[in-house]
Design a protein around this ligand. Structure first.
Ligand code: XMP
Length: 525
C-alpha cells in the first residue's frame, strides 16, 4: 500500500451538483480529501490512494436500475469508515442487503422529498451526532426521489424525519454511516459538526494545514525544477500572484514572470502589479508593453468571440516571444486550481454548449516544449487566499475581484476605441472607489463598469450633452457559475451616478444592471 504524508479521505462522486461542497467542508476541518468519479475507482486505485475513510456522494441515478453507477464492493471490505450521502446511502443499503424503492415525485403518497426538513433523534446518544439536537430537532436539506425502504442487516436508525424514517442510519460496529439528507450544503446549518464527528470517528488528526502545505509545495517545486528556469504569466489576479510568490520562495531567481499589458487593463493596474512584484517582492518581472499590437488588431472588431480569439492568439504569441528570451526555461507555471482539475461525472456524455470561449494558455507548453508546474492544483480558491496571506501578499491583492483575461475588451460592447477605453477606465475607478469607501468591496464578488455603445442626450449646466451611457455591474456569487445582482441602496446608486457623470467626461448617463446569471452572464460579452 502507498505511504502518504497526510491522512487522506476519498470522496467517490456519483454526479451530485454539490459534491465539491463535501470536499470544502472537509478541508475546513483540516482533512485532506480528493474527489474521484465512480468510474475511475477500482481496487488498484483504492490501494494506491489508501483512504483512511470513504464518502459516497449523492447523484441523479437510481439504484433501482440495473445499470446504476456503483463503487467496487471492496470499499466495504477495507476496514475503513464509510459515509453514504443521499444516493450514497441508497447504494450502501442496496449493496449491503437493504432495500431501496423508486419514489413518486408528485402526489400518490410518494416519499420523494426536496428542500428543508427536520430530523429528530431515534437514539439517546451517538458519536455521529454529538453536538446535534441542542433543540429537539435539527434542520437538514433533502433532495431525493428514491428512498430506502429497509435498512441493511447490522444497521440501526439514529434519526428520522417525517418523510424519511431512515434519515440517519449507522452500523457502528463496522463504522458505516448513511444519511438521506445533504450535510454538505448550507441549508443543513449543523453540517460541519456532522462531518467533524465523522472524521473524529475515523481517526483523522487534522494535519492538513496551509503552513504544512506551503513547506511541502516548496520542496516539491525544488525537486521538480532542479536548476532549470521557470516562466510564469503574471496577470495580477489571485491565482497567478500566489503561484508566482510560492515558486519564487522555492527557487528565487530561477523564476521570471511575464506581465502582458494588452492595453485593456484597468486604471493604474500595470504599474501596481509590476511595482508590487518587482520592487516590493523582488521577483524578476518582464513588463511586456504590447498595447499597440493588441489595440491595433482589435480595431474595427465588435463581435465578442472574435475579440476573445484575437486576444487569446496574440497573448500566446507575445508570451512566447518574451519566454524565448529567457535562457534555460524548461517549465511554465500555471495557477490551475483544484476545481479545474476535478473530473466531472458525465451521464449524458454529450458536449456542453460553449457560451463564451474563455481563453487560457492551453496548448502553449507542448508548442514550446515546456513542462508544467502547477503548485495550486490541490487547492480551492479560498485556500489559495489563505496561502497568499501566509506568503505575505498584501490583503488588497488577495481579496481582489476576478478580472477576465480579455480585460476591458469584453466590457466595451461593440467596437473598441482608445477613447472609449479611457472613459471606461475612469468610470470604473470612480465606481470601485465608491464601493471601497462604503465598505462593500469584500461583500461583492465582482464589480465593474461596462461602457455601452449608445450615446444619449443630457443637459449639464445650460448646455446639451451627447455622451456615452454606462452600466454598473456588481454581483454576489460563489464561483462565477451562477450570480445575483448586488442590492445596493438607492442612495449609493444615486451618489455613484452623480460622481461618475461629474468626474468622467464622456459619460452622461448611468444605469444599474440587475440581471442575474442565468439568464444573463456576469460580463456583458
Ligand atoms: P461570465 O461572463 O461568463 O463570467 O458570466 C464568469 C466569470 O468569468 C470571467 N470571464 C472570463 N475570464 N477569460 C477569462 O479569463 C474570458 O474570456 C472571460 N469571460 C468571462 C468573468 O469576469 C467572471 O468572473
Amino acid at each position: 500500500m502507498t505511504q502518504h504524508t497526510h491522512d487522506r479521505l476519498l470522496i467517490i462522486d456519483f454526479g451530485s451538483q454539490v459534491t465539491q461542497l463535501i470536499a470544502r467542508r472537509l478541508r475546513e476541518l483540516n482533512v485532506y480529501c480528493e474527489i474521484h468519479p465512480f468510474n475511475t475507482v477500482d481496487d488498484a486505485f483504492l490501494d494506491a490512494f489508501a483512504p483512511k475513510a470513504i464518502i459516497l456522494s449523492g447523484g441523479p441515478a437510481s439504484v433501482v436500475n440495473a445499470d446504476a453507477p456503483r463503487p467496487p464492493s471492496s470499499v466495504f471490505e477495507r476496514n475503513v469508515p464509510v459515509l453514504g450521502i443521499c444516493y450514497g446511502q441508497q447504494l450502501m443499503m442496496d449493496m449491503l442487503g437493504g432495500k431501496v424503492e423508486g419514489g413518486k415525485i408528485s402526489g400518490g403518497g410518494g416519499t420523494a422529498e426536496f428542500g428543508r426538513a427536520y430530523v429528530t433523534p431515534a437514539v439517546e446518544k451517538s458519536d455521529l451526532l454529538m453536538g446535534w439536537f441542542a433543540t429537539d430537532r435539527e434542520q437538514v436539506w433533502m433532495s431525493h426521489g428514491d428512498h430506502v425502504s429497509a435498512i441493511a442487516p447490522g444497521f440501526e436508525v439514529l434519526g428520522t424525519s417525517p418523510h424519511a424514517p431512515f434519515a440517519i442510519t449507522a452500523d457502528q460496529s463496522r463504522n458505516f454511516y448513511a444519511v438521506q439528507f445533504h450535510p454538505e450544503v448550507h441549508h443543513t446549518p449543523n453540517g460541519l459538526k456532522f462531518f467533524e464527528n465523522f472524521i473524529r470517528i475515523a481517526g483523522f488528526s487534522g494535519d492538513w494545514t496551509m503552513n504544512a502545505y506551503r513547506e511541502e509545495a516548496i520542496e516539491k517545486i525544488r525537486a521538480t525544477v532542479g536548476d532549470s528556469h521557470v516562466i510564469c504569466g503574471l496577470s495580477g489576479g489571485v491565482d497567478s500572484s500566489v503561484a508566482a510568490a510560492l515558486i519564487h520562495e522555492a527557487v528565487g531567481d530561477q523564476l521570471t514572470c511575464v506581465f502582458v499589458d494588452h492595453g485593456l487593463l484597468r486604471k493604474n493596474e500595470a504599474e501596481e502589479v509590476v511595482t508590487m512584484f518587482r520592487d516590493n517582492m523582488n521577483l524578476k518581472v518582464i513588463y511586456a508593453d504590447e498595447r499597440e499590437l493588441f489595440l491595433g488588431e482589435l480595431e474595427g472588431q465588435s463581435d465578442p468571440e472574435t475579440k476573445r480569439k484575437i486576444i487569446g492568439r496574440l497573448f500566446i504569441d507575445v508570451f512566447q516571444k518574451y519566454a524565448n528570451q529567457i535562457d534555460d526555461a524548461k517549465f511554465l507555471a500555471q495557477g490551475t486550481l483544484y476545481p479545474d482539475v476535478i473530473e466531472s461525472v458525465s451521464f449524458s456524455g454529450g458536449p456542453s454548449v460553449t457560451i463564451k470561449s474563455h481563453h487560457n494558455v492551453g496548448g502553449l507548453p507542448e508548442k514550446m516544449g515546456l513542462k508544467l508546474v502547477e503548485p495550486l492544483r490541490e487547492l480551492f480558491k479560498d485556500e489559495v487566499r489563505v496561502l497568499g496571506r501566509e506568503l505575505g501578499l498584501p490583503p488588497s491583492f488577495i481579496g481582489r475581484h476576478p478580472f477576465p483575461g480579455p480585460g476591458l475588451a469584453i466590457r466595451c460592447p461593440g467596437e473598441i476605441t482608445r477613447a472609449k477605453l479611457d472613459i471606461l477606465r475612469e468610470a470604473d475607478a470612480v465606481y470601485i472607489d465608491q464601493i471601497r469607501k462604503h465598505g462593500l468591496y469584500d461583500d461583492i464578488w465582482q464589480a465593474f463598469v461596462a461602457i455601452l455603445p449608445v450615446r444619449t442626450v443630457g443637459v449639464m449646466g445650460d448646455g446639451r450633452t451627447y455622451d456615452f451611457a454606462c452600466a454598473l455591474r456588481a454581483v454576489t456569487s460563489v464561483d462565477g457559475m451562477t450570480a445575483d445582482y448586488y442590492p445596493f441602496s438607492h442612495e449609493f446608486l444615486g451618489e455613484t451616478a452623480t460622481r461618475i457623470i461629474n468626474e468622467v467626461p464622456g459619460i452622461n448617463r448611468v444605469t444599474y444592471d440587475i440581471t442575474s446569471k442565468p439568464p444573463g452572464t456576469i460580463e456583458w460579452e
